[in-house]
Design a protein around this ligand. Sequence first.
Ligand code: B12
Ligand SMILES: *[C@@H]1O[C@H](CO)[C@@H](O)[C@H](O)[C@H]1NC(C)=O
Ligand SMILES: *[C@@H]1O[C@H](CO)[C@@H](O)[C@H](O)[C@H]1NC(C)=O
Length: 172
Amino acid sequence: MAVYSTASLMLLLLLVFLNVTSGCGGGHGQGSGNNGGHGQGSGHGQVCGTTTAAPVSSQTPIHIVVTNSVTSGPSKTYSTFVSFRGILIGGMRRLQEADNTFTFTYTEDPNYGPFLQSVNGLHGNFSQETYWMLQVKLANGTTITPNVGIGCYIPNANDEIIFKYTSYASHP
Ligand code: B12
Ligand SMILES: *[C@@H]1O[C@H](CO)[C@@H](O)[C@H](O)[C@H]1NC(C)=O
Ligand SMILES: *[C@@H]1O[C@H](CO)[C@@H](O)[C@H](O)[C@H]1NC(C)=O
C-alpha cells in the first residue's frame, strides 16, 4: 500500500512538472481542454488484476494540412500525433522522420521560438512578403489562427493543423 501511494505521488508530481514546463511563456491556457488534464491515461486506481490502463503519456492524434493560398495548388494531408499536452513541433518532427514527403525548416527567434520558414521545400520570403501561416481547424469545425507559433501551440485531439503559404495581407 505504501509503495502504491509513493508511486502515485511521484506520478502526480511528474504530471505537474510536465504541465508546468510544457507551456510557453506565460501559458495563456491556450490549447487546454485537450485531454482534460489529470487522470487521462494515467494508471491511477489501478490496484491489481485487470490491466487495461492506458499508458501514462498517451498520444494526441492530429492532422496536418499543407496548403498554398498563393498558387491555390493542391493541398496535402498528413496524420501524426503529439504527446500528452505536447507541442506542435514535436508532432511535426515525428512526421518528418516517418514520412519523407513532409519536410520543414525553421529559424529560432530569440523571443518567440521557432519560426516556420519552409514546408515541403517551399520557403517564405520576407522580400516577397510571403510566409507560412499557422491555422487550426478545431474538432468542432471552427478555424482559429493561433497567437503563438509551432513551438508553443499545444494541439487538441483531432486538430487539423493548417500550414498555409500566404502573403502578409492575411496576417491577423
Ligand atoms: C510583423 C509580424 C509578423 C510578420 C513578420 C515578418 C516581417 N518581416 O515583418 C509575419 C506576417 C511573417 C508574422 C507571422 C506570424 N506571426 Co507575427 N508578428 C509580427 C508583429 C506584428 C511585428 C513583429 C516586428 O516586426 N517586430 C519588430 C522587429 C524589429 O523585431 P524582431 O524581433 O526582429 O521581429 C521579428 C519577430 O517578431 C519575427 N516574428 C514575427 N512573428 C513571429 C511569430 C513567431 C512564432 C516567431 C517565432 C517569430 C515571429 O519576425 C520579425 C521580423 O523578423 C508582431 C507583434 C508585435 N507588435 O511585435 C507579431 C507577433 C510576433 N507574431 C505572432 C504570431 C503568433 C505569428 C504567427 C505564428 C501567426 C500565425 N498563426 O500564423 C506567424 C508565424 C508563423 C510561422 N511561420 O512560424 C505573435 C507571437 C506571439 C508568440 N508568443 O508566439 C505576435 C507577438 C503577435 C500576436 N499575435 O500576439 N508576424
Ligand atoms: C527572396 O526573394 C527575393 C526577391 O525575389 C530574392 O532575391 C531572394 O533570393 C529570395 N530569398 C530566398 C531566401 O529565397
Ligand atoms: C468551437 O470550440 C471553440 C473552442 O473551444 C469555441 O471558441 C467555438 O465557439 C466553438 N465553435 C462552435 C461552432 O461550437
